[in-house]
Design a protein around this ligand. Structure first.
Ligand SMILES: Nc1ncnc2c1ncn2[C@@H]1O[C@H](COP(=O)(O)OP(=O)(O)OP(=O)(O)O)[C@@H](O)[C@H]1O
Ligand SMILES: [Mg+2]
Length: 333
């Protein structure tokens, strides 16, 4: 008999719900984005995020059930993100999930948001097998993981300062390209020259990352030109910045795969939707006779299908949450 898991995600600025069959088949995937409300501030405003989640959560869950053509009677478990993320935002999804699970006598499964990003790959690639090296690149994380078997994660590299997505967002804001920064910088970079500027790449030869020096160098280049009244091609700057980030991510991921002797490499998180990163990493993997997997774009950024998928595998292991499960803004893997 198959199991339908209702996934709920509200850790940042996306209110999402999804129904997934047996951790594999996405029956619905509803994402209500709050971008229009945060845009004016150039980033996510936590208080606005919590209030919007509260407004969106019930209609989003209802639509997820409707689109899947099911009712709560068909659901076998409720999986919800309980961290990491914004505490007020997390609490909205968590409270909704608890209320539904308790009233329907369903198992409640707590999911780590970052584990969710990794599991997005399992929705797209049915044949994935550990051991794997996984690069998770999102708004809050830049992490290299060694996955000996699913559920068993070792952090082998991480950022010492900014996350890759955060660097995209900050550079975008300074260059006046808008929010969210990743897609805006990528668009500008399409018509820019990636070799126009050379920027520093920190921690060469190590598995840890540092993006704050690169970010500052880009911002200083922009401001210096402004002060001198020089014309500066924003698209060239965006392309050169993106190229540096992609080069660093690729070099370290390949180094990790080599060190761990892993044949399969996973890419996950919002920055995984970057076309240039996909292209360069795919080429590097081909050269090294390794296989790269990444989810379709809609499953790279925040969504609840990935949470339902990760939740299904937790459920199978008997990993059911207690009713006092709390939001944990700094939850680690
Ligand atoms: N095409 C792209 N190129 C580069 N970065 C991108 C692209 N699309 C999205 N991003 C970046 O991905 C991030 C959003 O991803 P995601 O939703 O996974 O992060 P988050 O949920 O905010 O953080 P976390 O998952 O670490 O809690 C933003 O920083 C955004 O700029
Ligand atoms: Mg995320």
């Amino acid at each position: 008999m198959s199991t339908l898991v209702l996934g709920i995600e509200s850790s940042c600025d996306e209110t999402a719900a999804s129904v997934v069959r047996d951790g594999r088949e996405v029956l619905s995937n509803i994402i209500a984005t709050q971008i229009p409300w945060h845009k004016a501030y150039g980033g996510v405003v936590p208080e606005i995020a919590s209030r919007k989640h509260l407004e969106f959560i019930n209609p989003v869950i209802r639509k997820a059930l409707d689109d899947a053509g099911v009712t709560l009677d068909d659901i076998g478990a409720v999986a919800v993100t309980y961290g990491p993320g914004l505490v007020g935002a997390l609490l909205v999804g968590l409270s909704a999930a608890k209320a539904l699970a308790y009233s329907r006598n369903l198992p409640l499964v707590g999911v780590n948001h970052i584990e969710g990003h990794i599991y997005a790959n399992f929705l797209a690639h049915q044949d994935l097998e550990a051991p794997l090296v996984c690069l998770t690149v999102s708004g809050g994380h830049t992490t290299l993981l060694y996955i000996e078997e699913m559920g068993d994660y070792t952090i082998i590299g991480q950022t010492r300062d900014d996350a890759a997505g955060e660097a995209f967002d900050k550079v975008s804001r300074v260059l006046g390209l808008g929010y969210p920064g990743g897609p805006a910088v990528e668009k500008a970079a399409q018509t820019g020259n990636p070799n126009a500027f050379r920027f520093p790449k920190a921690l060469h030869g190590e598995l840890d990352f540092s993006f704050s020096g690169l970010k500052t160098a880009v911002i200083n280049t922009f401001h210096n030109a402004g002060q001198k009244g020089e014309e500066l091609n924003i698209n060239d700057l965006a392309a050169s910045f993106q190229e540096s980030v992609v080069e660093v991510l690729t070099e370290k991921t390949m180094l990790a795969a080599e060190k761990k002797n892993a044949k399969n490499i996973l890419l996950s998180g919002g920055v995984a939707s970057n076309e240039r990163l996909r292209e360069v990493l795919t080429a590097a993997c081909k050269d090294a006779h390794k296989t790269l997997y990444f989810p379709p774009k809609v499953l790279c950024t925040d969504n609840a299908a990935m949470i339902a998928c990760a939740g299904f595998y937790r459920l199978k292991k008997g990993n059911i949450a207690k009713w006092d499960l709390n939001a944990d803004p700094r939850l680690g893997l």
